[in-house]
Design a binder for this molecule. Structure first.
Ligand code: TYM
Length: 342
């Protein structure tokens, strides 16, 4: 039980919009597997309804949803231990999202930096769904009364909004119904930067494929991308402090630490003072050792999409069994007439 009396429960989601990359792995998937293996009940969602806030080709969306599911399983998520499903199969997410559209304030949503980044200069032409995106995200989490949400650093503001929505709902109706969720943003993998520019985060939408390692890359491609990663001409410093002001070096050290399950101090004790010509091959070996089996397993799993669809449908059934009573209680609190849960 948490202090507020909620059963600990982990929820997180990833968009099936293609190009699953090293940032998604180190910032999310690998940490999900760690949470699962600690034995906390964990629910993981392919957020297809979030993906369609910008245009998705239907054929590609279907493929990406299955490939993402394969990525979860290949990263160590076991569908028998964790619940794996796609968002559109559990209608309670969008039903609670509507309630939260009525709780969240326009001003809160207008402050979301991710909306501003994604909508760009042409905000008038962005979809209404893109604007409301964080309210659906809050619903994803709170429809399960999830207490902990492991994510990368770029999701922090959305999780603060989730807390604000829960607090306002509880205050408006004088209840202690929704938990105040804890964001879990820990370790060296929560902000993986581009391999071409240490000031930009690694992202699926970067036009340069050399900027990221995709989870579908084979061993040669992984090694080549690391060999070509941007660095400065100096060797690695001998101490962690020397990495300040050297974003590319810092990024490679962070990635190495996250892949090896080491702290940055431990990595620096091992590689401090080495030239990149020596460090990069070490890093390539490590990345290939950790990542190549994942891409191999993903392509194996993708050969049986019926099995993937079965896993998602089964996960959706288990997810709905948790979400439906929580939605019903929410409606009850708000005064909607219907079958009684409380
Ligand atoms: P998405 O699909 O953009 O990313 C999925 C996860 O990967 C993390 N991530 C990174 N971590 C480290 N370095 C990077 N360069 C990097 N890029 C991405 C993200 O932080 C995220 O954890 N809005 C979410 C999806 C979502 C969600 C939710 C998450 C919908 N509902 C409920 C948690 C709970 C998103 O677009 O993530």
């Amino acid at each position: 039980m948490t202090e507020a009396g909620f059963t600990p429960r982990v929820f997180s989601g990833i968009q099936p919009s293609g190009n699953l990359h090293l940032g998604n792995y180190l910032g999310a998937l690998k940490r999900f597997a760690d949470a699962q293996n600690k034995g906390v009940q964990s629910i993981y969602c392919m957020v297809d309804l979030h993906a369609v806030t910008v245009w998705q080709d239907p054929v590609e969306l279907r493929h990406s949803t299955r490939e993402l599911t394969a990525g979860f399983i290949a990263s160590g998520l076991d569908p028998a231990k964790s619940i794996l499903f796609n968002q559109s199969q559990v209608a309670e997410h969008t039903q609670l999202a509507w309630v939260f559209n009525c709780v969240a304030r326009m001003g809160w949503m207008q402050r979301m930096t991710q909306f501003k980044d994604k909508a760009g200069k042409n905000a008038q032409n962005a979809s209404l769904g893109l604007f409301a995106y964080p309210a659906l995200m809050a619903a994803d989490i709170l429809v399960y009364h999830a207490t902990h949400v492991p994510v990368g650093e770029d999701q922090k503001q959305h999780l603060e909004l989730t807390r604000d929505i829960a607090i306002k709902f509880n205050n408006d109706f004088g209840v202690d119904f929704f938990p105040i969720t804890e964001p879990v943003i820990e370790g060296t993998g929560t902000r993986v930067m581009s391999l071409r520019d240490g000031s930009k985060k690694m992202s699926k939408s970067d036009p340069s494929d050399m900027s990221r390692i995709n989870l579908t890359d084979d061993a040669d491609t992984i090694a080549r991308k690391i060999r070509k990663a941007k660095t400065d001409p100096e060797p690695l410093p001998s101490e962690v402090k020397g990495l300040e002001e050297r974003p590319e070096a810092r990024n490679l050290v962070n990635i190495y630490a996250a892949l090896a399950d080491m702290s940055v101090d431990q990595v620096m004790a091992e590689v401090g003072g080495k030239a990149f010509s020596e460090f990069k091959p070490m890093m390539a070996d490590l990345a290939v050792e950790k990542l190549a089996p994942i891409s191999g397993e993903m392509s194996r799993l993708m050969q049986d999409v019926n099995e993937i669809d079965r896993i998602l449908a089964e996960g959706a059934g288990r997810a709905r069994a948790i979400a439906a009573p929580i939605l019903r209680q929410t409606y009850e609190i708000m005064g909607m007439v219907g079958p009684r849960e409380i």
